[in-house]
Design a binder for this molecule. Structure first.
Ligand code: AP5
Ligand code: NA
Length: 346
């Protein structure tokens, strides 16, 4: 049973609200668009036909997506108490926005979208080939998020009233000033600010805004490929995940009295919790091949499970175990979706 009677709005997140258009495709579909099996990229003009092709020729499924919104939906599912988490992001005024909002609210999320009437809601193509998934995000409206949305009095009050903040690395491509503003609020109020490395391309092409935000980050999440991309962009000598984690937590921090923590997932291998000089491992219960529907959203669900406990003040050990529980659950469901009641036991 969920003990929590934590208050509404304790957690605020910002990100790209995207509708996932997911389909199983043959390898030559990827080749046609010069994509690899595990990419996560931003769409360029040459990728634009993908979305229509998926819908017309590949029985595409529409699923609520967007990394931060996924994580917050999963946190809400586990918490079973509505409106604990508040989400900001930008959508268009169309059917896709309605679907996203409906799914988010059904999960209990308190969404406050900025709405742009002249741009379509963002989408993410999820190209499934066997156990791999390749992502191509067409941010569209999501790319139009502006800081004045956070400065509207009712939204500003929501930011000021939260106690925990979570923003993806993906949002660095959209609006770094908003990230810095939320980070500064968290810092001024001595409240935890959490971020995610999100995808290798963030470290490759958005290192400057990432480095600007990092001093404010209390907890940084990432998977193996993302941690390695960060290390390479920093020209660190070792590709060893433990070494990367130790260096990440040692980087400049605004509030040195609360040392940074890195949490690195590595698929079915143990999750690494890195704090100063210590590295702890948390095992993952490996799923049999027949239990896996798709791993799409596993990393986001991990963060969602983690957050559901973190906002209750639970120990990092409990938070990480719940992260693994949540990720394991959504892997057994299409995309970042869940079924039934949460069954996490502390
Ligand atoms: P996607 O990248 O697929 O989701 P993810 O949450 O990052 O999931 P991955 O499968 O990549 O997992 P991971 O590699 O991060 O974690 P790991 O494998 O270590 O993206 C999904 C969403 O991103 C989409 O909805 C899309 O909308 C959104 N998106 C794309 N581009 C965007 C953009 N520009 N802006 C905003 N949103 C964007 O695994 C994590 C945990 O899972 C492990 O610790 C473990 O607990 C569990 N796990 C993994 N594999 C196994 C296994 N085999 N058995 C048991 N447990 C497992
Ligand atoms: Na899934």
């Amino acid at each position: 049973r969920i003990s929590s009677n934590i208050r509404e709005g304790i957690l605020v997140g910002c990100g790209n609200p995207l509708l996932d258009i997911s389909a199983v495709v043959p390898l030559d579909f990827l080749q046609k668009y010069s994509m690899n099996e595990d990419d996560a990229i931003l769409a360029e003009d040459r990728h634009m036909p993908i979305y229509g092709e998926l819908v017309q020729g590949y029985q595409a499924e529409f699923l609520a997506g967007g990394s931060v919104q996924n994580s917050l939906r999963i946190a809400q599912w586990i918490l079973r108490q509505p409106r604990v988490a508040v989400f900001f992001g930008c959508v268009g005024e169309d059917r896709y926005a309605s679907i996203l909002k409906e799914k988010a609210q059904a999960a209990g999320l308190d969404v406050h979208y900025q709405v742009k009437t002249d741009v379509p809601t963002g989408t993410c193509a999820v190209l499934i080939t066997g156990t791999h998934r390749s992502l191509c995000a067409n941010l569209a409206a999501a790319n139009n998020f502006t800081i004045d949305h956070l400065e509207e009095p009712s939204n500003k009050a929501l930011v000021d009233n939260a106690q925990y903040y979570y923003i993806s690395g993906f949002f660095l491509t959209v609006n770094p000033p908003s990230i810095m503003q939320v980070a500064a609020t968290a810092h001024a109020k001595q409240r935890p600010f959490l971020m995610n490395l999100s995808a290798p391309f963030i470290s490759q092409f958005y290192m400057a805004p990432l480095l600007a935000a990092l001093p404010y980050v209390d907890i940084i999440f990432g998977n193996e490929a993302e941690a390695q991309a960060f290390a390479e962009a920093q020209q660190w000598p070792s590709g060893d995940l433990r070494e990367i984690g130790k260096r990440l937590v040692a980087m400049e921090k605004k509030n040195p009295t609360r040392p940074r923590i890195a949490i690195l997932t590595q698929g079915c291998d143990p999750v690494l919790l890195i704090q100063q000089d210590s590295v702890q491992e948390f095992p993952v219960t490996k799923l049999a091949a027949h239990e896996i529907v798709d791993t799409n959203g596993a990393g986001d669900a991990f963060v969602g499970g983690f957050l559901s406990q973190f906002v209750q003040g639970k120990s990092l050990d409990v938070c990480i175990r719940c992260g693994n529980y949540a990720a394991g659950h959504i892997i057994k469901n299409p995309g970042c979706t869940y079924s039934g009641e949460p069954e996490f036991v502390e």
